[in-house]
Design a protein. Structure first.
Length: 233
């Protein structure tokens, strides 16, 4: 009796859907494994200050949910339009801090689509190739313009009676180029906070540069940040 019930259930599933229960479980499991792989590679290759654990978890959920959605649609055009209408009421307002994170979201989407349609070789081989590309770009630090580029911030007293350019001379002594990014006066108007993008000379030491700049009159609150990635200043 139990076997007949199982057979009837499988026959109904086969008649309603194009996927058997075993295929559904296999697709979902593959989407989960590849989603874990995508999130792991994101963690390994991440640079900068915008790392988010919730983004890693989101990648896994996206892969599984997209896999499930694509299996729900199947070959039914009416379901596709119904899902588009249903999902159009959902609004996502989360801001992606790092533009590279968008690529990982699309990767998770592609993994879910490939797993949901049963394209196992495409899902696995595509993830393998993308992972190699991502790791090579991470190792070579591709796209970095200068390894000696820094964001320099300091506060200088606004002394109208003394036109002191000693800090500019010190910056020019240690850097190949310097660009003023931002200047913000204090509330009382007695000081100005400056932000510079500087590229150090190859024969100069950044620590000695900070010490010499600290000895300049009227300069205080010196901060320097390595600009290997995008940094908010």
């Amino acid at each position: 009796m139990a076997l007949n019930s199982i057979d009837n259930f499988l026959e109904i599933e086969k008649a309603v859907n194009i996927y058997l229960p075993t295929e559904i479980l296999l697709n979902l499991m593959l989407a989960f494994i590849l989603g874990m792989f995508v999130s792991f590679l994101y963690k390994v290759t991440h640079k900068g200050l915008s790392y988010s654990q919730s983004f890693m978890i989101t990648n896994i959920f996206i892969a599984i949910i997209v896999c499930m959605v694509i299996m729900v649609i199947g070959n039914n055009l009416a379901r596709a339009f119904a899902l588009v209408g249903a999902l159009s009421i959902i609004r996502f307002r989360t801001v992606v801090k790092d533009t590279k994170d968008t690529a990982y979201i699309f990767w998770s989407l592609a993994v879910g689509l490939a797993s949901g349609t049963g394209s196992y070789f495409l899902a696995i081989s595509g993830s393998f190739v993308i992972s190699i590309v991502a790791y090579v770009l991470y190792i070579t630090n591709y796209g970095s313009i200068h390894k000696s580029e820094f964001i320099l911030q300091f506060r200088i007293n606004n002394n109208n009676n003394n036109n002191n350019n000693e800090h500019i001379e010190t910056i020019s002594k240690y850097s190949r180029s310097s660009t003023l990014l931002h200047a913000e006066p204090s509330g009382d108007g007695y000081s100005i906070k400056n932000s510079y993008d500087i590229i150090m000379k190859s024969d100069q030491d950044v620590n000695q540069f900070i010490l010499d700049l600290g000895e300049v009159n009227e300069v205080s609150e010196i901060t320097i940040i390595a600009a290997k990635n995008d940094v908010d200043y």
